[in-house]
Design a protein around this ligand. Structure first.
Ligand SMILES: Nc1nc2c(c(=O)[nH]1)N[C@H]1C(S)=C(S)[C@@H](COP(=O)(O)OP(=O)(O)OC[C@H]3O[C@@H](n4cnc5c(N)ncnc54)[C@H](O)[C@@H]3O)O[C@H]1N2
Ligand code: MOO
Length: 373
């Protein structure tokens, strides 16, 4: 299979973008998804007539004799008759017969009696006044924001039927890769695993699982056989060295892309596994992995595709055959290269807000900027 141009690789990945499927997710997992059906109130809010103020629930004209106290979560007890009041907390159910609530600030209370001016219905939140039971509060397709999650909980929902984000399972390979602490000589800290959840979430997916694998075809083959996700990302093992087993274990998978003419990140792979999931093979070099993820993974997850065009303000040399991805920040005269962009280093990318796409043989002129999260 021949190496694909960077543009064609990105287009092919976008054409294979995952279609979100309806699923019932707990509130804790639904953030950022779209509702697959309208959101309805399972209960009225408030659920019963409650006080909106700390003060006295009163009945009839003043003065009132104070007969008791009701706190939030309490039971209202006996109903009120004319000339009676109970001390009441905000959110507590008002007793039957309540005319209104007199806040402490305007109540004149002494010796078990209270006086004041109480307009009828004032400072009482009536059952269903905020949201009536059964009301459709949001339409299908609405994005589940933090406020939507709070509203859904208030309306009695534990789960939401949403268009679930594509699930991404991450496999990090390499005997030399360690996952915490200071790497000993010959070891290297995993710099790709920590980068992926944020990148995946930004692109529209969610990391549903991750595993750490030693080098070796057996471990990778077993892990791929067990994985349940829409997309599997394999980090490392994408090149042609003795420990690079990804191609060997692809078996009856359909390899769609094997190598992209881009620097860094050319040894990237896209395949359709026998079970239907897509596999993205990222190079082990961390900046190369980021470049490959932007090329294949982000479009597959439905993430932003095209960026704006911009001049480059700084010396950048094009590659004769490969597209270059150059970390940049926007400046007054165009995008400024950040440097520190060797394949093994994320320093430049960490300083950057976008990757400039420098086409093969580029001789100046505007280039596309791909936003980085
Ligand atoms: N004969 C060839 N050798 C190489 C080629 C090639 O075309 N022909 N391409 C080079 C390029 S470009 C890259 S990029 C790498 C890709 O290698 P792999 O994907 O097989 O990855 P590894 O060999 O396992 O590791 C490469 C490098 O990255 C480090 N690494 C691996 N995983 C991680 C991780 N999770 N976090 C941080 N660093 C990681 C690893 O220790 C190596 O230093 O192949 C070149 N070789
Ligand atoms: O492309 Mo490698 O991906 O240059 O380091």
């Amino acid at each position: 299979m021949t190496t694909l141009s960077w543009e064609r690789a990105r287009d092919l990945a976008a054409a294979l973008a995952c279609v979100p499927a309806p699923a019932d997710l707990p509130l804790s997992e639904a953030y950022g998804c779209r509702l697959a059906e309208p959101l309805r109130a399972l209960v009225p809010v408030p659920g019963t007539d409650v006080s909106a103020m700390d003060g006295y629930a009163v009945c009839g004209p003043p003065p009132w004799r104070v007969t008791g106290r009701v706190l939030a979560g309490g039971v209202p007890g006996q109903g009120l008759s004319g000339g009676e009041a109970v001390e009441i907390a905000t959110g507590a159910p008002v007793p039957e017969g309540t005319w209104s609530v007199l806040p402490y600030e305007v109540a004149d209370a002494a010796d078990g009696w209270v006086k004041g001016v109480a307009a009828r219905g004032r400072h009482v939140r009536f059952r269903g006044e905020d949201v009536p039971a059964g009301a459709e509060v949001l339409g299908a397709g609405s994005v589940v924001t933090p406020a939507v999650l709070g509203l859904a909980a208030a309306l009695g929902h534990d789960r939401l039927r949403v268009l679930a984000k594509p699930a991404v399972s991450v496999l990090v390979t390499g005997d030399e890769v360690v996952f915490d602490g200071l790497p000993a000589p010959g070891r290297v800290r995993d710099a790709i695993g920590p980068m992926l959840p944020g990148l995946v979430a930004w692109a529209g997916g969610r990391v549903s699982g991750s595993a750490r694998l030693p080098d070796g075809a057996g471990a990778l083959r077993d892990a791929l056989a067990q994985v349940e996700a829409d997309v599997v990302v394999v980090c490392g093992a994408s090149s042609k060295g003795p420990a690079d087993h990804l191609r060997a274990v692809l078996g009856d998978a359909e390899v769609l892309i094997d190598g992209v003419a881009v620097r860094p990140g050319h040894p990237q792979i896209l395949a359709r596994l026998a079970g239907g999931a897509l596999l993205v093979g990222l190079p082990g070099n961390p900046f190369a992995a980021l470049g490959a993820a932007v090329t294949l993974l982000v479009p597959i997850l439905g993430g932003p595709r095209r960026g704006e065009m911009s001049a480059l303000a700084g010396a950048v040399s094009a590659h004769p055959r490969d597209t270059r991805l150059v970390p940049v920040r926007r400046g007054e005269n165009g995008a400024v290269p950040m440097g520190h962009d060797r394949p093994g280093s994320l320093w430049g990318a960490a300083l950057a807000e976008a990757l400039a796409v420098v086409p093969p043989g580029w001789e100046g002129g505007q280039v596309e900027l791909i936003e980085l999260p």
